[in-house]
Each structure stands twice: as structure tokens, then as C-alpha cells.
Design a binder for this molecule. Sequence first.
Ligand code: NAD
Length: 310
Amino acid sequence: MRIVVTGGAGFIGSHLSEALLKTEHEVVVLDDLSNGKKKYIAELEGHPRFRFVQGSILNRPLLKQLMNQCDVVYHLAAVLGVKNTVESPLKVIEGNIDGTRNILELAWEKQIKVVFASTSEIYGKNEKLPFTEESDRVLGPPQVHRWCYATAKAIDEHMCFAYADKGLPVTIIRFFNTYGPRQTSTQYGGVIPKFIVAALNNKDITVYGDGEQMRCFTYIHDTVRGIIPCMEPAFDKHAFNIGTTYRLTINDLAYKIKELTGSSSSIVHLPYELAYGPGYEDMKNRLPDISKAKLMLGYSPKVNIEQGLL
Ligand code: NAD
């Protein structure tokens, strides 16, 4: 397969590209380096089946040229991060919706398979745990504070389903807090790198809120193993939760990182508002039901949090 990975110089995209190259695939990474880094794909440069193109998914002629030569697009490029969502909601909405529309319209012209990177945030403040894909199509705007990101991704999903209904091969992945090498503290779910940096420098580990919010952190290699099968036609028109079921509170995470690093840091609690502005309240619990991915994709996360942190 010839595969375009948008956002392929980013955290998840660079690991995915690496894994795809280990099989027979050809990989073209398209990334504007707004958040990604060339060093993440440095080891891939020079590989006979790899090419990096610096550019934006908003540059339609460029995107068309690349997509015309491919069979599959993993669409991971996105405007994300707390800074963008708090300070530039319009940039988040426009970048994510316009970009995905470009991908889908061009994919439609050539009937190219699209694998779209969505997020657990489209479930909003769902109190029914764990989150299941039961009704694949999430209705209405997600009621979360990072509404611009969640809403843009939800609209992207609706566009994906609309194209899938017309016959375009599309699969949606809903990521739940992926972590691992190359993740930076500015990124989505960047709480782990933030805590590690603080711990290694013996600085305060800052927990926002009471720290009892629960998350399931997924190691990057598990994430990648989960998303590679999604390019197969058998999974067209499906959405999959890709995460783990191992639950951890943010307090537990802070203590684990302090212990593993042997740090003398203090763990301090601050109100959300100090980081994210007035009225901010994070989702209390974000836990996936991954039975659909297990059953259909053969997905089985293997790395527990202690192994992943080491
Ligand atoms: P990332 O920021 O490392 O990767 C995104 C990449 O997209 C970056 O390299 C950035 O430079 C690039 N990019 C942004 N705008 C672009 C544009 N207009 N054109 C081309 N490239 C552009 O983030 P990530 O954590 O690797 O996330 C990858 C995808 O997974 C995103 O779509 C994100 O919304 C989704 N996601 C990630 C997580 C997670 O836990 N990391 C959770 C939920 C969803």
C-alpha cells in the first residue's frame, strides 16, 4: 500500500509511520511542523519507501498531488493542545474542520481509504461509564470545556460518516490518552511528560482539580498496534475506541512518577482555572470500552503504566 500519514511528524504519526515502514508499505508524511518535529522522523529519512513533505493539509493542490498517488490516508494532522483551545478556538475549529473536509473530498474523487484520528472527547461529559461505541454516531456538540476541539472532531466524524454512507471507505479511531516517547507537555494529554519533567527537576508536580479524575493511559506501541488494522476494508464505516481499561487517577499517576524517578518534588493541587481560565472543569472520568476493538481488530494492549513509564 502507498500510505499518506498527515501529521506524521507528530507524536502518534511518527510512531505509526515507523511501524508501517517495517512492513511492505510506502509512507509519505505530510506535516506542516506546527507541532511535529523533523527529528521524530529523522531515522526514517533515507528509507527507500519513505518521503517527508513539509506542508499543510489546508494546501489543497499539494494534498491532491500526494493523495492522487496513494491508497490509504491516515489523517492525524490536527490543531490541538491546551494553548490553542483556550486562546484560539477559531483556529482549532477552522483548522480541524477545513483540513478534514479537504481530505474527505479528495479521497472521494479517487475512492481512497481514510482512517481518521478522533478523540474520546467527542463523548463529552458522558456519565455512563465506560464509553462504548454502541451508537457509533455521537449526536450533538460535546459538552466539554475544550468544546472547540471536541466539537470540531465531532463534526469531522459526522463528515466521515456522511462520506461512508455514500460509499467511501472510512474508519474512525477514538484515542484515549496515548503517551510515550516524543510526546511533549504541550500536546493533548501531555500530563505524563509534564509530571516527568517536574519530577526529574525536583520541582512541584502540579495537579489541577482534586486529582481524583480518572484516566486510562495507553502506551504508544499499543495504540499503533491498534490502528494499523483499521486500514483494512473489513473495518470501513466503523468507529473504534483505542485505549486501555487500566484506570488511574491523576493523583495516582503523580505518586507513581514521583516514586519511579526518586524525586523529592511535592505534589501540589491547584484549581483548574489557574491553568485554563475561568469556568474550566475537566471531564471527571474518561474510560473506554475496548471490547469492540478487541473483538474486531484483535486489539489487545500489552504495556501497563509501570512498564510504559520506564
Ligand atoms: P501531535 O501534535 O504530535 O500531531 C499532530 C501533527 O499534526 C503535528 O505534527 C502537527 O505539526 C501536524 N499538523 C497540525 N496542523 C497541520 C496542518 N494543517 N497540516 C499538516 N500537519 C499539521 O499530536 P498527536 O498526539 O500525535 O495526535 C495525533 C492525532 O490524534 C490528532 O488528530 C489528535 O487530535 C488525535 N488524538 C490524540 C490523542 C493523544 O492521546 N495523543 C488523543 C485523542 C486524539
